[in-house]
Structures are given as C-alpha cells and as structure tokens.
Design a protein around this ligand. Structure first.
Ligand SMILES: [Ca+2]
Ligand SMILES: [Ca+2]
Length: 194
C-alpha cells in the first residue's frame, strides 16, 4: 500500500465542492482539472453512519445521455464508520464506461437502501515525493555536521563538493544558495542539538 498523505486546502476544497451537496451536486470544471492532475494518486475517505449497515458508494451520473447513466463505485475499504475509495477504482469505472471526468453531469454518494449520513470527506493524496529533510545536503537521511562541511565546501567551490539535494540547503528561501543559507543552516543544527 502506498503511503497516503493528507494534503492542503485546494484539494480539500475540490472534495468539498464535489461531494458536499449530497445527494447530487454539480461538478466544477476547476475541481475536475484538479482531480485529473492527480490521476490515480488520490483516495477519498469519509466517515459514515448507515441505518442498514450498507457502505456508501460513489455514483457517477450522466443524466443528459440516452439512456442516462448511473454507475456505482464501491469502496475499497469500509468498516461500518469509515470508507475509502481509490482513484484507481474510479478511473477503471471510467474505462469500463468509456467516459471521462468531463462527461459527467454529477457525482453523488449514496447507499443501497437505508439512510446514509456522510461526514468529513477528505481527499488523501499520495505525494509520490520523498519527504525532504532540511539541511541533509548529502542525502544520507541525517542532518549533521557533515552536511554543513559539504555545503561550506560547495560555497567555496571546492571541486569535489557536491550537493545531492540543493533545495534542502535553501534555509533562506529564495531559490539560491549563499552564505545566508549557511548561517541559518548552522543555527538550525545548533538548535537541533541543544
Ligand atoms: Ca546528511
Ligand atoms: Ca537561499
């Protein structure tokens, strides 16, 4: 299972717009663009209560076509109060139906019978990126004096000094590396060790 990270607000608002006005809400073009960009790297997680114990399903709808379309995507996991839907399941439903996000008129969350209450809908995103450790310019997983030495040499243009990851040295965030970054990096190490 890939690691999933909860992310920031633009995506949460995409989720909100997509899913709040249950049972049916309009799919906003900006949200669709956001989901498209995420490809299969996201999952939708929600809390629910269900009077008959049925888990929620995400229903993809297109009522402007003939015949109208109502296709349910099952959660990949549910336990009676939490359900998780994988983007890959949504995308494979699109594949089966030969449609894309742009062809939908609506998305809703419902259950097969019984009353369903859904809350706290979240989009979890697999960033696909390694978490960066500030200061770890030699990329060995630790920030220590060796990183300071390497960075200092690099600033002095010592020939064999190489930064494996320059961004983690940019303590004074301006997308360039200079002696100010070295000062802040030294200070960060002192704080870390005291
Ligand atoms: Ca290091
Ligand atoms: Ca800098």
């Amino acid at each position: 299972m890939k690691r999933l990270l909860t992310t920031v607000l633009s995506l949460v608002s995409a989720a909100t717009l997509l899913f709040t006005n249950i049972p049916i809400c309009k799919v906003d073009a900006a949200d669709i663009a956001a989901l498209k960009r995420l490809g299969d790297t996201f999952a939708v997680e929600m809390n629910y209560t269900s009077t008959k114990g049925n888990p929620p399903v995400i229903a993809l709808q297109r009522w402007t076509s003939e015949p109208p379309l109502w296709h349910a995507v099952q959660p990949s996991y549910f336990n009676g109060d939490k359900a998780v839907f994988l983007a890959s399941d949504i995308l494979s439903a699109f594949n089966d139906l030969d449609i894309g996000y742009d062809d939908l008129d609506g998305v809703s969350i419902s259950a097969y019978g019984g009353e369903l209450t859904v809350s706290d809908i979240r989009i979890l995103v697999n960033s696909g990126e390694k978490q960066l450790l500030m200061g770890d310019v030699n990329d060995d997983g630790n920030f220590d004096i060796a990183d300071i030495v390497t960075f200092q040499k690099w600033l002095l243009a010592v020939p064999d000094a190489k930064l494996k990851n320059w961004k983690v040295a940019d303590f004074c965030k301006d997308d360039r590396l200079d002696v100010f970054d070295l000062c802040l990096m030294r200070r960060a190490l002192i704080y870390k060790e005291t």
